[in-house]
Unconditional design. Sequence first.
Lengths: 168, 168, 168, 168, 168, 168
Amino acid sequence: MPETSAIYPGSFDPITNGHVDIINRGLNVFERVIVAVLENPKKRPLFTTKERVRMIQDIFASKKEVEVRAFDGLLVDFARAQGTRVVIRGLRAISDFEYEFQMALMNRSLAPDIETFFMMPSVNYSFLSSNLVREVAGLGGSVEGLVPSSVARKLRNKVRGPHKVQIP
Amino acid sequence: MPETSAIYPGSFDPITNGHVDIINRGLNVFERVIVAVLENPKKRPLFTTKERVRMIQDIFASKKEVEVRAFDGLLVDFARAQGTRVVIRGLRAISDFEYEFQMALMNRSLAPDIETFFMMPSVNYSFLSSNLVREVAGLGGSVEGLVPSSVARKLRNKVRGPHKVQIP
Amino acid sequence: MPETSAIYPGSFDPITNGHVDIINRGLNVFERVIVAVLENPKKRPLFTTKERVRMIQDIFASKKEVEVRAFDGLLVDFARAQGTRVVIRGLRAISDFEYEFQMALMNRSLAPDIETFFMMPSVNYSFLSSNLVREVAGLGGSVEGLVPSSVARKLRNKVRGPHKVQIP
Amino acid sequence: MPETSAIYPGSFDPITNGHVDIINRGLNVFERVIVAVLENPKKRPLFTTKERVRMIQDIFASKKEVEVRAFDGLLVDFARAQGTRVVIRGLRAISDFEYEFQMALMNRSLAPDIETFFMMPSVNYSFLSSNLVREVAGLGGSVEGLVPSSVARKLRNKVRGPHKVQIP
Amino acid sequence: MPETSAIYPGSFDPITNGHVDIINRGLNVFERVIVAVLENPKKRPLFTTKERVRMIQDIFASKKEVEVRAFDGLLVDFARAQGTRVVIRGLRAISDFEYEFQMALMNRSLAPDIETFFMMPSVNYSFLSSNLVREVAGLGGSVEGLVPSSVARKLRNKVRGPHKVQIP
Amino acid sequence: MPETSAIYPGSFDPITNGHVDIINRGLNVFERVIVAVLENPKKRPLFTTKERVRMIQDIFASKKEVEVRAFDGLLVDFARAQGTRVVIRGLRAISDFEYEFQMALMNRSLAPDIETFFMMPSVNYSFLSSNLVREVAGLGGSVEGLVPSSVARKLRNKVRGPHKVQIP
């Protein structure tokens, strides 16, 4: 029986317009997209898990086909618990490609029944990453057009403080 | 409404075990996979379009969810004619990645409603290509394990003759 | 003494919007951009050298800072004959990167005084190539938005005929 | 009006012969090269901003066309404050390429009027990075030929101490 | 005089089946393979140098041609002290390729008489890294088939504790 | 028993200084290097197999450890016939990497006992290829420093004629 739902995992710290684009493209193919927010305490995210989940829920408030969940542990365990066997990931560049392939192969080794599908975001977002967005915001640059405006607002509040970062 | 069918286009000259793997993975997610065999007369394929279609049909004879069709012209036009908006492609390596992204972006530019999904074949087939299979067979090497055995047989018959090729 | 002119070499068979973008970016930095159209008879271009030169001249008819010249032979000899020591090239992707670096290093080995600068076209053209444009046109696809409209028209006339090509 | 100056930003911790090479190549094309030393306190540089600026000034003491400035904040803001619209960056390898393109696209998104030019250092420096130079020096290896000798001396003094690092 | 021994350096934190595969392939060509375990205190390895050396010794207990040594300092100095001029390294992917080439070129610059040979591990291990193995184990995933079983056991003991890590 | 000889296969049309460099590096590790010249009639080489073999023999006339042989058919069959299980190949760039890995994996699939070792040529030859050398010579450019001088001479004689080629 074919799959009707897909998991889209990530840190989403914060969600960018590139992520939003992939979720919308996923909805063209799957009935339900489960956005799985990795808790990832070791990476010391800028936004708490709760904040990250809430921001995504707000953006997709009108789309019931999008579910947002925090997760912790192995992705393949989470996928099984959700009863879905499809993982979607966006690919922007070669460096993504290698990392994503490594993760997908490891996941396949851990759980051969779970399949990873790779999607291409719009070229307009090909350079976007949460990391870069945080840096630009931290330096006082405008992130309008890079993240949903609700996220831009929260980011501005967050980085006002000791968070000075820089891009070369 | 989510998609239930996907198109898997290619030259399949001949179909390899890597292609078979991708088709089977596609069937885990989609109800129907349409294998679209590109006629491609300019590339002077080793097997005729008819032979290539027939070989794939034989391999999937027991799976009604796999349809095999020859096509000619733009892929996006063919996809629309088939009533499907999903294209699947296998990605083995970086060189694939760049070529496939270029094609997918061009297709997106021609038909924004059609989405390309990339899948990873089994690592066991990561080095396989129809081209390399033809070369090995042409030099008298064994292609068992690289292509379905029905294809291996046809390939042996085909390359007996003036077809001497070599790999460095 | 700093350079005021730069050479932009290529086959331009035909010129695309990506090329136009690079030429315009070059004009932001150099007083004069010399578009050097490679005669390249071995590659059997779709358009004659004369046609290719003319198409580019028409597009930049209003910009006197753009000169269009056919050339034949080593690029470094042509650059010296033009009295310029700067070559500009667009980089879209990794595959470009490697090829372009190889050519630039060879050119540096032949003429150490000539410097190659690499520029990034707009992301909107990151997937564009003359080759792909010819293929799409050959299959009857629309190339509006990919090439200047004068080029699109000439391309349509050219490919009406026995030129059937296909993309997988 | 064409540009006569270019900004060359980086951490320069410390400046290597590869950086020196790019600056000299830049001087073949631009009247003035502004070396912009990123303060970057978060990365905990080995040399202070002041030391890094001073080392570069010493190396180019005889070339008035080279200016060295520390900067802090967004590169595009600094470029505008300097009245220049050209950024130059060296490209050594694929990994550079992807990172540099991402930064250049982000900068273009923040300031469309600022253009990034990529240059190729001499192949002799294709493997050099400040990071690697620090590691080799930290292990007591000789960095002669990798950095200007004034830098080699300062590096030796700096790494004598608790700074033990290793390369595999 | 041709070489009869080769050094295989790394952190081996812990050794994976991919490393074991490379060592065995090395033994097909060289009489002796010296596994050189980098002490690397800055990276805060999960296993101590002693533990890492011991685990490898146990795995190759029956093969006298494998020697395991800890080292500290420049690899080229260690190689010379061992009287060997050959270094072997496994290459899995493009990202390896660039890093490894950079290190090999730096080593060649420091010691032109020492040669690096690159080998391909089995495709089954193409996605494996010590880092990923630690992460999976840290999340409670099974690492059987990824590392020798003696290592899997030690890893389970080690990560029981505060070591929670995650993969996206 | 460790190997004392290695095969270095290629088209060598013609041999470049990059190839010479790899052969010399091979001799630091192996007692004997067998240069295997692929006949490759389909690629229509510029030099006949006989000429290519002879040119290499002349260059290494004083080194008895270098044998030069033409071969035809599968490389792994040739290697076995020579009684050696080691193949060496030079890696210059990413594009090499992918192609070479594909070939090495196919060879491993055909003959698991034969191992491919990859070596890095000197950075001075990182951009060199026989193909590019032929093109430069065909356009009347100097290839001194790129190929041994005996080869440069033969190349000049060969390309005098209808062989006009061009590089962009």
